[in-house]
Design a protein around this ligand. Structure first.
Ligand code: DHB
Length: 520
């Protein structure tokens, strides 16, 4: 934060100059806290909890445009934790968004994904459309038996300041019935929360030049988008409209679990991977009396869906090739018209590395005939065998459904239209009368379009995880993101954890070691 900004907002009496600063009313009040005692695995800590901090001057939604901030008590008494002090502690910034639904700020006690993406208040009538994620669902960090393993509490014990932002989501409406949470609202909210932290850096323990975003699935996608798009001007009018604080919004690092991102190319990536699999196990999620019901519907692609799958699959090589991605030796990563080539081998190499890791730890993989293992080394992978083992979850198009039935269709609606297409393919082949989202809005939701641009400050450090059994989006989505970042010179750590289904925050210790490694 620049000291001059702080002076303007904090030292000039707001009453004398009620319209002096856009950031008016956004000054952090260090006295406005409660003391909470957190406990994880026998370790305890007192923290100051600043909850329900509205982070914009002109909120359009007072439920979600707020943030919970937790600061270890030690940082108010010149103490240090894990080598960090009030001046040096990184700020861990986990969002709780799932399914592109509204996300409430996370809490230190009983933390997790709060009452679920959006919770009951944000649920659209008729339950959660496909693509959403329930509390305790695959995207949550519920422990066995329903006990939540609190990432926020664990992060505090590790010496981080934690700021967990809420954000608007796809069904959010105001009292006039106008939709307020359509794209790009959620990313605008996260940026506004970052600006609040930077604007108030001098008033708060923790180093706002070390903000580390964390999220899973749609929340992982938003985490990646936040890291990719720092200070880009495209978002400025939206930030102005909600009265975001006068500060920058670039962040230090990104942790993203199974980011459901690159939505405008995710349909083709999905069919490039799953085209040979004609059966599916769709997970339907509904809410009954605020209790999540998850049902799996098995089915077979219709002949029409099989045609759509083939049409989407052949679109993918041109997209991958246009990215001009490069491997470790500088070799171009490409696909031929059948979807084979160096990029496919590149994706396979990450799955093979994952298999090798568990093989080295003693796991018996000999039953998996699609893996070739010779002398303790995984030397080959039959991609077709692997994707049949994974099983298909979504029907084509997986994201921009021809009948507008996905959560992503609802994400790309407008203030007055609930659902829209966001790809040319689905707009051209729509099964219903539909509008198409603005190209600029689609772009603003895709980190690939911003990484490393001269007018943008992309995060320096990235940790991306996507399980080898996660079929909520194609593996290529995370691989393309990581590779583009690597090629542009950013520090990237990508792994595909073995047999992991769609989930996040399952490796807290490794996550925190990575954070310590880049922060100290
Ligand atoms: C999530 C899962 C999906 O399958 C999807 O399409 C979007 C979001 C999620 O878990 O957040």
């Amino acid at each position: 934060m620049k000291l001059s900004m702080f002076k303007k907002a904090a030292l000039v009496p707001a009453l004398l100059f009620p319209f002096a600063s856009m950031s008016q009313g956004l000054t952090f009040n260090p006295q406005n806290y409660t003391v909470q005692e957190i406990a994880v695995n026998g370790k305890q800590m007192k923290v100051r909890a600043y909850e329900h901090v509205v982070y914009v001057a002109k909120p359009v939604d007072t439920v979600y445009q707020q943030m919970n901030i937790y600061i270890p008590e030690a940082y108010f008494n010149k103490g240090s934790i894990n080598g960090y002090t009030a001046q040096t502690a990184p700020i861990f910034f986990p969002n709780q968004v799932g399914g592109y639904m509204p996300g409430r700020p996370g809490t230190a006690i009983n933390a997790g994904r709060g009452p679920g993406p959006g919770g009951p208040a944000g649920m659209p009538p008729g339950g959660m459309p496909a693509g959403g994620m329930p509390p305790g669902g695959p995207g949550s960090n519920m422990g066995p038996g329903g006990n939540r393993v609190s990432t926020i509490a664990a992060a505090l014990l590790n010496g981080y300041v934690v700021a967990s932002p809420g954000a608007r989501g796809r069904p959010t409406k105001d009292e006039k019935g106008i939709y307020t949470g359509k794209a790009p609202a959620a990313i605008v909210d996260l940026k506004a929360a970052v600006r609040y932290l930077k604007f108030n850096d001098k008033l708060m323990p923790g180093d706002a030049s070390k903000i580390i975003s964390n999220g899973t699935s749609a929340g992982g996608a938003l985490s990646a988008l936040l890291g990719a798009t720092g200070n880009n001007k495209d978002y400025e009018p939206y930030l102005k409209a909600i009265g975001a604080a006068d500060a920058s919004d670039d962040i230090f690092a990104v942790s993203a679990y199974c980011p459901i991102t690159n939505l405008d190319h995710a349909d083709m990536a999905y069919e490039w991977q799953f085209n040979s699999v004609n059966t599916y196990k769709k997970i339907n999620i509904s809410m009954l009396d605020y209790k999540v019901q998850r049902t799996e519907t098995a089915g077979e692609l219709s002949s029409k869906e099989q045609v759509v799958s083939a049409q989407l699959k052949v679109l993918f090589p041109a997209y991958v090739n246009s990215l001009q991605l490069k491997g470790k030796q500088g070799q171009l990563l490409q696909l031929d018209k059948d979807g084979n080539g160096s990029f496919k081998n590149w994706v396979k190499s990450y799955v093979i590395a994952s298999a090798q890791k568990v093989l080295d730890s003693g796991k018996d993989l000999s039953a998996l005939k699609w893996l070739t293992i010779t002398g303790g080394k995984v030397t080959g992978l039959d991609f077709d065998g692997y994707v049949h083992y994974m099983e298909r979850m979504k029907t084509p198009p997986a994201f921009d459904a021809l009948n507008l039935s996905t959560g992503e269709n609802q994400l790309f609606g407008t203030a007055t239209v609930d659902k829209a297409h966001f790809t040319k393919f689905s707009a051209d082949n729509s099964a219903v009368k539909a509008v198409t989202a603005d190209a600029i809005v689609v772009k603003m939701m895709n980190p690939m379009d911003y990484i490393g641009r001269a007018d943008t400050k992309t995060s320096a450090h990235w940790r991306i995880r996507h399980g080898t059994k996660d079929k909520d989006t194609g593996l290529a989505v995370s691989v393309m993101l990581a590779t583009l970042l690597q090629n542009k010179g950013y520090d990237v750590n990508l792994e595909l954890p073995w047999d992991r289904p769609h989930s996040g925050d399952y490796d807290q210790n490794e996550l925190f070691s990575w954070i310590d490694g880049i922060s100290k």
